[in-house]
Structure formats: structure tokens, C-alpha cells
Design a protein around this ligand. Structure first.
Ligand code: FAD
Length: 381
């Protein structure tokens, strides 16, 4: 599979933007656990944010593959900054797929213009992978729903203007897959509180928060999609966003590989450079091959979504394998930096810490394998 010339140009422009706008400041953001959102605004102005949002809703009308290509390039330069910028539309995929015309016209254009941030609260303190078990409750009262509960580990929880919340609306429904619904809460609002989580292992430029929802009122018209169909809507949503996460893993691995190659070409040992040793060359070859395989997987997976035939097996393969590749390559890259990697090279250390998230969020690697296996076992060969 080859990229079109337009996709190649997007990738190149994204790389230049990342190199010019945040490479130099990545360490500062990581240390301070914060981000300069003027960079996000600039990314919006340059057209890197919300590329998959349709033109009639203010977007660029491109595919999810283009968004993933931008993710790869941003994460190649710095995962934390890449996440801080591109996660600002996390949830818009749900609004675009299931929102009413009125909701799409109201909520999508500000995300592309850099005027609003959307976030999605799915995970709870006692329910992550087992999403069916969430307890946050939305109860209908006349033309409103009242939400009570809590959400955990929510990206941009402190900054979101629009917060999607997965809630239990039909707890007595026999089929547990038909008990949930998604609401869009405009924040700030009474009863909504976001508390920043400090001290994450990685992607520290990106905000993560715990949410408390105490009798939060949301108008009935802010139901996204159909009551009781939230779980199915979520699966559709993950088909799109897991490609982005796969692309994040590939970008991170590519950045770590490049750092490792640069290091062994200048590090002298045994009368030459480390790069002359076949053992190290084999390591580089293996890292690069895994990256290329993960890249091919996410391109194909994103292509399946853009063609309107999402393939959950391929998508889960891409997400799982890209996560493993990110962790493997970052580990090897740090190893090739030796003591300098462990002690003083902040960039490779940061990539090593950042890599692990790709194996955890939006479906841990085990959950991805469960999806792959379930699909395969259903097939007749
Ligand atoms: C930085 C960060 C940002 C996040 N952003 C968001 C966000 O914006 N919105 C949101 O809703 N959530 C977000 N999350 C939450 C994330 O999606 C969850 O952490 C993830 O889904 C795993 O859930 P859990 O942490 O509850 O782990 P658990 O479900 O408790 O699982 C723990 C581990 O058990 C294993 N495991 C679980 N289930 C199975 C199984 N069936 N078979 C085999 N092994 C299994 C896996 O190794 C898993 O990692 C974020 C998390 C982090 C760390």
C-alpha cells in the first residue's frame, strides 16, 4: 500500500511543524507536567487538528489515515506534545458518527478552529477494560438527565469545554450491552469537578484528570446517539481512535530508533564506532523491521475505516503490535545509549517512559488480543 502524494505532503508538513514548534520545548513540558496551548492553536491554524471532521462541520474532510499520519509525525518528535495537541478532538469521532445535525454544527467547528477542546470520560475507578461495568448513572427527569458518578484517568479532563460521559441509563435491561448512553456535558457546569493527576510515568505534557459528577444536569438534547446504544457506539468509536494510538506507537518507535542510530554512529568504543559492530547493526535492523511492520498494519487498518469497512481484527492487531513495538524499540534504544541513556539523555529516557501508555489506553494489549481471537474463532476457515 502506498500513500498518495497529498498524504506524503501532510506527513512532511506535520514533521516540519513538530520539529519547529515543540522539539525544543518537550523537556520543559515533561518536567513541568504542562503544555503551552498556543502551540495547539497554531496546529489548528495550520490544519493539523480535526482533519477527519467533514467540511460541512468546519473540518478538512480527510480520512482517519491522515490524522494517524499526523499523529505518527508528532509522536516521532515528542509523544507528550503530540498527545497534548491531537487529543483535543478525542470524542469528536463519536459526535460526528452519532450526533444530530444540530449537535455536529454546534460542537465540531470550534474544535477545528482551536476554540474548544473535547474529552471523553469512559473509564472509572472500578471499571476500565471491563467497560460494561461502569456505574456512573444518568437518570431522566422531564427534559433533563441528572448524572452522578466519577471518571478516572481522563485526558484533558481539566481543559475540556465539551465532556462526553458514558453513563448507565438502562440498568435493568437484560442485555448488559444495551444499558449505556453517551452525553455531552458543556463545562464548566454545576456539580462537575476535574482534579489533575500528577506524576504519570510518561506523556506528562498531556493533562489527565479524575472527574467527579455530582447531580450534573444535562439537557435531553445532549444525548449523543441513541439511549441504550452507548456500548455499540463506543466500539465504533474505538475502531477509529485505536488507529491513532497505533500511529502514536509507530511514531514513538521511529523517534527512538533515530536517536539510537545517531548515538551509535558517534559513540567510540574498541577503536571504532559502536555502529561498526554487527550485533548492534542486527538490533537496528530488527527495530526498523518491526516499525515498518507496525506502520503497514496501521495504514491498512485506517484504510479499512476510511473505506467504510472497518476491520476490528486488523485495527486491534495494529494497536497491539504498535504498542509492543514502541515498548520494544524504546527499550532497545535506551540500551544502545548505555549509561548515558540511563543517567543523562533526557530525550531517550522520556521516550522510554512514554512508550508504555500505548500498550494500556484505549484497550490494553490483552484486550486487543481478546478481540483478535474472538473474531478469528468465529470464522470458518
Ligand atoms: C494517561 C492515560 C490517559 C487516559 N485517557 C483516558 C481518557 O481520555 N478517557 C477514558 O475514558 N480513559 C482514559 N484512560 C484509561 C484507560 O483507557 C484505561 O487505563 C485502560 O482502558 C485500562 O483500564 P484499567 O486501567 O482500569 O485497567 P484494568 O481494566 O484494571 O486492567 C489492568 C490490566 O489487566 C489486564 N487485563 C484486563 N482485562 C483483561 C482481559 N480481559 N484479559 C487479559 N488481561 C486483561 C491488562 O494487562 C490491563 O492492563 C487513560 C489512561 C491513562 C493511563
Amino acid at each position: 500500500m502506498e500513500l498518495t502524494s497529498e498524504q506524503v505532503d501532510i506527513k512532511k508538513a506535520a514533521r516540519e511543524f513538530a520539529e519547529g514548534e515543540f522539539r525544543e520545548r518537550a523537556k520543559e513540558f515533561d518536567e513541568k507536567e504542562e503544555f503551552d496551548f498556543s502551540i495547539w492553536k497554531k496546529a489548528c491554524e495550520y490544519g493539523f487538528v480535526g482533519t477527519f471532521i467533514k467540511e460541512e462541520y468546519g473540518g478538512h474532510g480527510l480520512g482517519y489515515l491522515e490524522h494517524s499520519l499526523i499523529s505518527e509525525e508528532f509522536w516521532r518528535v515528542d509523544p507528550g506534545c503530540g498527545q497534548a495537541i491531537l487529543s483535543c478532538t478525542f470524542g469528536s469521532e463519536m459526535v460526528q458518527a452519532f450526533g444530530t445535525e444540530e449537535q455536529k454544527k454546534k460542537y465540531l467547528p470550534p474544535l477545528v478552529r482551536g476554540e474548544a477542546i473535547i474529552s471523553f470520560g469512559i473509564t472509572e475507578p472500578d471499571a476500565g477494560s471491563d467497560v460494561i461495568s461502569i456505574k456512573t448513572r444518568a437518570e431522566k427527569r422531564k427534559d433533563k438527565y441528572i448524572i452522578n458518578g466519577s471518571k478516572m484517568f481522563i485526558t484533558n479532563g481539566c481543559f475540556a469545554n465539551y465532556m462526553l460521559i458514558l453513563c448507565l441509563t438502562n440498568p435493568d435491561e437484560k442485555d448488559p450491552h444495551r444499558r449505556h448512553s453517551v452525553f455531552l456535558v458543556e463545562v464548566p457546569t454545576s456539580g462537575f469537578e476535574a482534579i489533575k493527576i500528577h506524576g504519570k510515568l510518561g506523556i506528562r505534557a498531556s493533562n489527565t484528570a479524575e472527574l467527579a459528577l455530582n447531580s450534573v444536569e444535562v439537557p435531553e438534547k445532549n444525548l449523543i446517539g441513541t439511549e441504550g446504544r452507548g456500548f455499540y457506539q463506543l466500539m465504533d468509536f474505538f475502531n477509529k481512535t485505536r488507529n491513532h494510538v497505533a500511529a502514536q506507537g509507530v511514531g514513538l518507535a521511529q523517534g527512538a530508533l533515530e536517536m539510537a542510530i545517531a548515538h551509535i554512529k558517534k559513540r567510540k568504543a574498541f577503536g571504532g564506532y559502536l555502529s561498526q559492530f554487527q550485533g548492534l547493526q542486527f538490533q537496528i535492523a530488527e527495530m526498523a523491521t518491526r516499525i515498518e511492520a507496525a506502520r503497514s498494519l496501521y495504514w491498512r487498518a485506517a484504510y479499512s475505516v476510511d473505506k467504510g469497512r472497518p476491520d476490528p481484527t486488523l485495527i486491534s492487531m495494529a494497536k497491539w503490535y504498535a504498542g509492543e513495538t514502541a515498548v520494544y524499540v524504546a527499550n532497545q534504544a535506551l540500551q544502545l545509549h548505555g549509561g548515558y541513556g540511563y543517567i543523562s539523555d533526557y530525550d531517550i529516557q522520556r521516550f522510554y517512559r512514554d512508550a508504555k501508555i500505548v500498550e494500556i489506553y484505549e484497550g490494553s494489549k490483552e484486550v486487543e488480543k481478546v478481540i483478535i481471537a474472538n473474531e478469528l474463532l468465529k470464522r470458518v476457515f
